[in-house]
Design a protein around this ligand. Sequence first.
Ligand code: IMP
Length: 454
Amino acid sequence: MPAPTKTGYADVLIGLQYGDEGKARVVDLLAADYDIVARFNGGVNAGHTIATANGEVRLRQVPSGVLHAHVALYIGSGCVVSLEQLAKEIGMLASLGIDLSGRFSISDRCPVVQPVHIAQDHLHGREIGTTGNGIGPCYADLAARVRDGGRCAFQLRDLASDPAGVIAQMHGAAPWSDHAERSASAKRMHAAWEVVRGFVRDNPLWLTNRVERGARVLFEGAQSVMLDVLHGQQPWVTSSHTLPSYAYVGGDLPCKYHRKTVGVAKAIVSRVGDGPLPGEFGGKRSELYCAGAAREGLTRDEEAAGIDVRALLAGDDEFDLGVALRISSNEYGTGTGRPRRIGRLDLAQLRVTVKQAGVDEIYLNKCDSLAAFSFSRGGTIPLIVGAGGEGDTGCLRLPAFDAVAIPQGADAPVPPELLAFLAMVEDAIGVPLRGAGLGPRRDQMLMMKQPDKD
Ligand code: IMP
């Protein structure tokens, strides 16, 4: 009799703030212990950056386990697919010597982002600062199903059964300025489909069968809990569900395989696009400035030109402090290059988010960025802690540490100010802190001791 196989499980990794928490580097770090890394929501609006010895790898749709050759990659049906961008990403990875054949699968139920969706997003999404990739209109059309007597949503399985007909229908809908533009777009979509089609699976049980046979899955959330279409603050949200339970809808796996939820946060909070950001340095002024800078396409180099970061840090204008932190910690959109709005770490909000999402453990990235506060007046790290803050302000200040004290290497001593900060974070949020990011590379994650393992 064959030995009974051990059933696998799934863990879900999500962002806890406003996206850009550095989820990809944590996925890359943890992926060695999984067999499959899978996406379940969002699409090309996500910008996932992994730092390697040979430079950065920037991903938008391919799951961030890609650098581990043994890991299979899956895009679940809750993701919307931008064909041209995905074909480009596959080509970019091939140019780095990463061959996806045999290890990359896409659900054939993924809705396809159409030219009309991008046009609509450019027209209306500007009001809330979307990434302009047509993601919202694509999800909206999926729910609408039909418009003007015809289908308005198409899945990859529709393309698979009638590529020419479906591409023609998709190109009937968009507002084209001329015929040549329309046929060039259709041609590009045909070419992209030829690249992508070999990865598309028409088996909704693909992931379930693998897990039943023992596969360990890491679901990689895109965006973050605060941007959930239902639970985030409408209208300044993305258009998919970002909570971990959605991994089991959009990721094509029964929820009985769930093991734990891993949250990723960032020690300095950032947000791109409009919407509330409690604790933003410079408040409304920063929000308006960043929106204008995004419209004008201001780059990091342009913003940093002629700026003395240390002088801004030492001043008493919070707006300037935000500019200095953005430049010193390089907070610009991965996909769009937009300058990100910067705020202090909000532990009160994080505590609620952790509870709401059922997070079991967290990683806190960009702790090295906090060293900038050593140049600020008073040399302290400002935090929002809610009730019980100093003098009932809801805020707290902890001593900052010097950048030169940031440990390089696993055995290097950790400055006591950093340890005190991390202990404070763990205590405030109520779940174990597993790692603290001190730089983008794999070896720059300070792993915390786990009492049950060490
Ligand atoms: P959309 O997802 O392009 O519709 O944009 C809606 C909102 O979500 C905007 O505020 C975007 O800036 C934000 N957003 C979408 N994807 C990301 C991401 O990957 N990181 C951070 N913010 C994002």
